[in-house]
Every structure is written in structure tokens, then in C-alpha cells.
Design a protein around this ligand. Sequence first.
Ligand code: NAD
Ligand code: MG
Length: 402
Amino acid sequence: MKRTVTVLGSTGSIGRSTLDVILRHPDRYAVHGLSAHSRMEALAEQAAASQARVVHVPDEAAADCFKRAWVYSQPCPQIWVGSERLCELARDPASDSVMAAIVGAAGLPSALAAAQAGKRVLLANKEALVVAGRLFMDAVHESGAELLPIDSEHNAIFQCLPQRSDKARPPRSAQVGVEKLILTASGGPFRTVALDALAQVTPEQACKHPNWSMGKKISVDSATMLNKGLEVIEAHWLFSMPASRIKVVIHPQSVVHSMVEYTDGSVLAQLGQPDMRTPIAYGLAYPERVEAGVSPLDLIAHGRLDFEAPDLARFPCLGLAFKALELGQGACVSLNAANEVAVAAFLSRRCAYLDIPRIIDAVLTAFSQQKAGLALSDLDALLALDAWARACAEQWVAACPS
Ligand code: NAD
Ligand code: MG
């Protein structure tokens, strides 16, 4: 039977890779819905190529752009507008699988809606777990949703954990026999740059990742290694692992995507090209395997694989993420919101690269002083704290000299 897939954030890096895999297998997958926040021509082209039945756009102005961009002979898809309808699309019974590939906490409500509706959720949007880990995982377990991690490290760990039944769901508690999760990190573009040169680095340099081609926000997160910090928090929730049993190892070649260390001394790793179509294809086809358009891994051409410890003086954001995880959910919400604001400010040259950890640190301190102990049992409470932390971070950005 064909799977029917909705791709949220279809015009982004993950969204485009998802459609690339889907369109290789017209016998297996059909597209129900697509969503995008901007670039309506690109969305129209995707909708025409995939024969999507519904597109979601942010507002009426975007809907008008989409209609103007619809130059195709086939009938125009339904156009849904507004944030409520994005969640409606995520829940729509017409699809069985939802790729959650919106960037940032903006992707949380729709990813959560898909989980609550019992879909097969392909989760690329790591911020959803950082902001709402418990709520999200509870929704998955209560609704009977399947959850396939798409972030390459978590997808690797999922593949290396003991085999489950054919229903894809991360374990509810730390698994017996598993000692540690080892997340690999490339170290990004500034791994070997002189420390005193970091004050001057530009958005263009930060977005030039040595191995992966990704959206701008996650590229900057990879440069600061806050991305790895978000992934530690993501792994904590996905695999029920305490922070003390999640290790980060720098591996500049990005061939080993992550590892699981077992009590008996075995370490299982998943290897492959740095191409997101591999984890995406895994999530779409689970428990089967399908061709993903990824070239085979040539270990002899690589010759060597290197590993080193992360330097927290170079990557203070990684330390801040571990601190937030220790402080709890509210601190993780604050960390993520402060980072989103700081990265957007850096990309638009309103603050310097080294202001990113400073802003996050300042917001975490303000959180501990003013908001610690807040009850965060539902989405509204989490989003209210997110808004507070963003406003706090904006004040710090406004005070930046650049
Ligand atoms: P991107 O910036 O390339 O694409 C983001 C998509 O989300 C676009 O379709 C955009 O229109 C949409 N979008 C942006 N803001 C929105 C909003 N406010 N409301 C609704 N839609 C919005 O991002 P990406 O690199 O594809 O990353 C997407 C997610 O996947 C992120 O959470 C990222 O951390 C995660 N991820 C990405 C990669 C990668 O290789 N790119 C790898 C692992 C995880
Ligand atoms: Mg990753």
C-alpha cells in the first residue's frame, strides 16, 4: 500500500531532500500536503511536480503569490492559510506520514499536532524536542504515533539500538545493556581557526559547512556547536538517556554519524555519506530500505577517520546546552529561544559571532533569576516562556555594538 506523506517546510534543505527521495518512488509514496513560509514559486513548482493536494502558506499575501506562481496545466491545489490550519494539515487523516522540517520552535505546534494525531512522524525539527521534550514524547506514546528521528546522529543511534518490533518508536526508558550514546560532530567551519580570529567571522564563513549543505540557521548552529548541544537535549528525550551518558566526539569527516556503546564493550556505529537523504529514506521506508540517490561510501578514498574531544573554550555554546539540560525544561526553552534570536541577529549583522554565546548565557541567567520553577505542563506555557526569552534576547541584541 502507498504511504501518503505531508512535508512541512518543504522548500527548505530537508524538505527538498525529502521530495527528492519521495519522487524516486512513485509506486511507494504519494504527497498529500506541502508547507512553506516563503518562496512561493518554489512551493508551486514542488506542488506541481509532486501533485500535492494541499499547500499551506502563512497568510493571504503569500496565497496570492502562490496563485500567481501557479502556471501549470493541472488544477491548482487547495491553499490553506494561517497557523491553525498548519496544525490541521499535520493532523489531516488524508496523510499517514508527516515530515516535520520547519526550522526553529515555529515548527513545534505542527510537529506536536502530527504526534497527537498518531502519525508516522519523521522528525527533523529538533527544536520541537528541545522546547517540549516531555510533552512531545508523551504525545507519541499516548497516541500510538511512530517517531523516526531524521537528524543524522539520532537516526544513526536509532539504527544502532537493539531491534524493536516493527512499530518504530524510541524506547520509553534507557535500554538495558546500553552504556552511552556517542554523538559525532564535525566541528564546523571554525574547528581549527585561531581563537582570536573568531571575533571577526562573517555569516558567509559561518554558513560554509565543510561537509553538509543545510539551511542557514542550522549551519550557524553547527559553527557554534550549539547544534550539537540541541542534539544532546534531543537525544536525552528521544532515547530516555541522562546527560551524563551522552558524549560528544568531534569527527571532522562526518562519516560516522553516531554510535551506541554497550555494557559489554561493543560500540555500534552507523556510517555513510553526509547526505540527509539516507536518514530521510530510512524514516520513510522503515522497516524496509529504499534507494535514496546517495552515492556509496568509499572508505578507501577517505583513508582515515579522525576523532577528538570538543574544546569548550572554542565552543562555549555546547557547555551552555549541557547546563540548560541540567537546569530543566524551562532553561532549554530559554536556550533555544535566545539562540534563535541571536543567530537571526548574527545573520543580519546586528551582532557579532561571539555575541551568540554571550546572549544565550545572559538569557539563561535571567531565566534562573526570574522564571525558574515555572510550571510548564502545556504548549501555551512553553510558548509563553519562549516569547519571554525571545524578548529578553532581543534586548541583549539591541545592546550589541555592531
Ligand atoms: P531551512 O531553513 O532550509 O528550511 C526551513 C523550512 O521551514 C522552509 O520550508 C521554510 O519556508 C519553513 N519555515 C521557516 N520559518 C517558518 C515559520 N515561521 N513557519 C512555518 N514554516 C517556516 O531549514 P533546514 O536546514 O531544512 O532545517 C529544517 C529543520 O531540520 C531544522 O529544525 C533543522 O535543525 C533540522 N535539521 C536539518 C538538517 C539539514 O541538513 N538541513 C539536518 C538535521 C536536522
Ligand atoms: Mg544533526
